[in-house]
Design a protein around this ligand. Structure first.
Ligand code: F7E
Length: 281
């Protein structure tokens, strides 16, 4: 494996890279992917998350290669949902600059498939989490806080809207799903989701409950974590992925929360142990 430098805002560099590497499969996961942040930097988000996708698609064409292409499309495209649960044919109604950019990238992928016969696919992935989730997304923010509070290192946790509902799955399974999508002979679009939805409140119940704490004693409202427009309810129907790709999520909500809390507890205990060893004479 070799890590090449690249930048989604630099088309010449992308063409050169793709021409040189002649890849069989391209998984395009790069983005400014934070929804709240996209309201602060909308132009940058549109450039990297939206145009960045068309830059790669054009680079594939320019380089004259036949790489299969996976676009990381997002449940955020459903935004103000027009149907429950959401499927591959539910109309989009994005509610953030991030969602808008992802809709652009989704249609660019479909368009390059239809115009140039590229084997280009969209995975419309609902929230997928793991202990490796970035620390500013709500699940990991909560599980890190749980571990820090339990270890006496943090006293309170500031959060925004606790009523939003998300369809949360386990990231490693979704990555396998992406791979399955690109093993198809033709490009297509697939929803990947658990078909369950839970509020942030429910996540808090389970996460703090895992270490015998009551979240109501620690969680405070932080207005800066609210969004100008919220996505209130997401729940996906992965029936097509089940039927065509034999893909099915196995780790569901309670187990996901457990995995994430346990991993952050473990990480802090290791840190404590190291610090303790460091103090020994
Ligand atoms: O927010 C609420 C927030 O930032 C989830 C990205 O991977 O998944 C992710 O987007 C919910 C929202 O994820 C805080 O208002 C409350 O309703 O964890 P999140 P997201 O916005 O759903 C999709 C599929 C993507 O494609 C995105 O790239 O939690 N919430 N309080 C909070 N959210 C955050 N981040 N921080 C809070 O303090």
């Amino acid at each position: 494996m070799f890590l090449h430098y690249g930048d989604l805002s630099d088309s010449v560099n992308l063409v050169k890279l793709l021409y040189e590497l002649k890849l069989d499969e391209i998984y395009h996961l790069g983005a400014q992917s934070h929804v709240r942040v996209s309201f602060d930097i909308p132009e940058y988000t549109a450039d990297v998350t939206g145009l960045g996708t068309i830059r790669i698609l054009e680079a594939i064409r320019e380089a004259g290669i036949r790489s299969k292409f996976y676009q990381a499309s997002s449940s955020e495209m459903f935004g103000k949902v027009q149907e429950v649960p959401q499927t591959e044919v539910t109309p989009f109604w994005p509610r953030s600059p991030y969602g808008v950019a992802k809709v652009f990238a989704y249609w660019a992928t479909v368009n390059y498939r239809e115009s140039y016969g590229l084997c280009a696919s969209n995975g419309i992935l609902f929230n997928h989490e793991s202990p490796r989730r970035g620390e500013t997304f709500v699940t990991r923010k909560i599980t890190r806080a749980v571990a820090a509070i339990k270890h006496g290192l943090q006293k309170e946790l500031f959060l925004g809207n606790l009523e939003a509902r998300r369809d949360w799955g386990y990231a490693p399974e979704y990555v396998e799903g992406m791979w399955r999508i690109l093993q198809q002979d033709e490009g297509d679009d697939f929803v990947m989701a658990t078909n369950e939805t839970h509020t942030i409140r429910e996540f808090l119940d389970l996460a703090f409950g895992r270490v015998d704490l009551d979240w109501k004693e620690y969680v405070k409202h932080g207005v800066r974590y609210e969004r100008p427009a919220e996505v209130d309810l997401l729940i996906g129907n992965p029936e097509k992925a089940k039927r065509v790709l034999a893909w099915e999520p196995k780790v569901l909500f309670p187990e996901l929360v457990q995995i994430m809390v346990d991993a952050d507890m473990e990480a802090l205990s290791r840190r404590d142990a190291k610090e303790h060893l460091g103090r020994l004479p």
